[in-house]
Every structure is written in C-alpha cells, then in structure tokens.
Design a protein around this ligand. Structure first.
Ligand code: SAM
Length: 237
C-alpha cells in the first residue's frame, strides 16, 4: 500500500517509524511519504491560511496549496479527517485496507476551504472521516489513528493474522477479558476454565464473556447483532 500524508506539521508523523508500522515500511509492505503543505506555497511567508469569507473567528486553509499538493500526489483515495465526517469504524478500516493508494489531508485552524474537497471529489474517491464527536486541533493525530487501524489489517503485517478474527469489533462483539501469567496475582486468580486445557469449554467461556461484556457496555452493538448468529447457549448467557 502507498500512503501520502499532507500536513503543515510533518514532524507529527515520527511515530510511523516505530513498532509494526515501522516494520511494515521497512519490509516494503507499506510506503509512507509525508509532505509539508508549505512546499506548495509561493509567497515569502509560505502562507496556507486566510480569514473566512462571511466573517467569524479563526482562519481557513487556502485552496491553492491544497489543490497543487493533491495534483502532485494524486490521484488516490483521499481521506480528510474532519469532525463533520462519517464516524470511523472497523468496517471503514477494512475498506481502506483494500485500497492501493491512500492520501491523507490534515486540516488545521477552522478546516480546509470546501472547494478543495469538492474539486478532489471530481477526480478521485474522497472520504471525510471523523474520529468521534469532539474537536481536535488538527487532522494529524486522526491520521495516525486511522493508519494504525488500517495497517494492522494489511496481509503480512501482524505475526498472527488470526488475532484479527477474534478481536473486538471484528464480528460485532467486544472481546472477552484476557489474562497471562502468573495464575495468581494480588489474590486475584485467572478463571479456572482458562487453565483447564479444555478448548471447547474455553471457547464457550470466551463467547459468553464476550456477549455479557457487549450487552453491558455496548447495548447499541448488542441490539444490532444478528439474532440468527445467537445459538441456544448464547441465549442462556
Ligand atoms: N471548525 C471545524 C468544525 O467545527 O467542524 C473544526 C476544525 S478543527 C479545529 C481542525 C482540524 O482538526 C479539522 O480540519 C480536522 O482535520 C481535524 N479534526 C478535528 N476534530 C476531528 C475529529 N473529531 N475527527 C477527525 N478530524 C478532526
């Protein structure tokens, strides 16, 4: 997968050299180029913002540098992090992981002039994505979040790809609690069943915990879980 990120703060993306994203880059599964939007300015102050038409507080990102930047790195699938975008989900992460070339446009100030998004949409797929119902300073952190969620879905990135099948949000449920050694810690014991070696009982226990957790913490998820996927033991849980 090829990724281009455009931002006025390229330094924000140093973490993309670390851990499994860094490894995916060094093994060639992923290429990431971070671009400074100011490369595409032409004035001595390298200006990227101006006052909003219609008045109001703050500044808006000017269209010219963005237009040139997207012409230079595009076309691809353009992802614009924005609080007015569609809330990001694991399903979106899977869709983005299937794309060959992602371009991320990081807004700052009051956001990017709307014509940039409209103009890009005439040439390439555009997805405005929100991380949640709150407002960040800029799109950089949102891009790192989206990159983490997407990169771990790329074939070959995770050592054990089967972890993807059982984790939270993969099949509409939250994952069961997890434990490791020691078996007893501060008088707290690992549930016996997990030490039983009985794979059938362990699977049943995990499934029950997963259902109970989802029902308690995310009734919205439980309500949209397909009833035909519930068996007799699930209903008893
Ligand atoms: N004036 C905008 C509004 O009220 O919708 C908020 C602009 S915000 C201060 C600056 C930038 O941060 C946005 O252009 C976007 O790139 C990013 N951003 C802020 N909140 C976000 C969120 N919840 N999800 C994704 N990106 C966000």
């Amino acid at each position: 997968m090829r990724v281009d990120i455009i931002s006025i703060f390229p330094e924000y993306f140093a973490p993309l050299d670390l851990s499994l994203i860094g490894k995916a880059r060094s093994t060639g599964l992923l290429s990431v180029d971070v671009h400074d939007l100011r490369t595409w300015t032409s004035d001595v102050h390298r200006t990227v913002d101006d006052t909003p038409y219609g008045g109001g507080p703050g500044m808006v990102m000017r269209p010219e540098p963005w237009g040139q930047a997207l012409d230079a790195v595009g076309p691809g699938t353009l992802v614009v992090p924005s609080p007015v975008g569609k809330p990001f989900t694991q399903a979106d992460a899977y869709e983005l992981a299937a794309v060959d070339h992602l371009i991320f446009a990081c807004g700052r100030y009051e956001g990017i002039d709307q014509r940039v998004i409209d103009d890009a949409a005439a040439r390439m797929p555009v997805r405005e994505i929100s991380l949640g119902d709150y407002v960040l300073f800029g799109g950089e952190v949102a891009v790192i979040v989206i990159m983490e969620a997407v990169t771990r879905l790329l074939p070959g990135v995770l050592g054990n790809a089967s972890s993807l099948d059982e984790e939270s949000h993969s099949a509409g449920l939250l994952e069961a609690p997890v434990y490791t050694k020691p078996a007893s810690w501060r008088d707290r014991e690992v549930p016996d069943v997990l030490r039983s070696g009985d794979h059938g009982r362990i699977a049943r226990w995990r499934r029950t915990q997963s259902l109970l957790r989802t029902a308690a913490r995310r009734p919205d998820m439980m309500a949209s879980y397909p009833p035909e996927l519930l068996d007799k033991s699930d209903r008893a849980a």
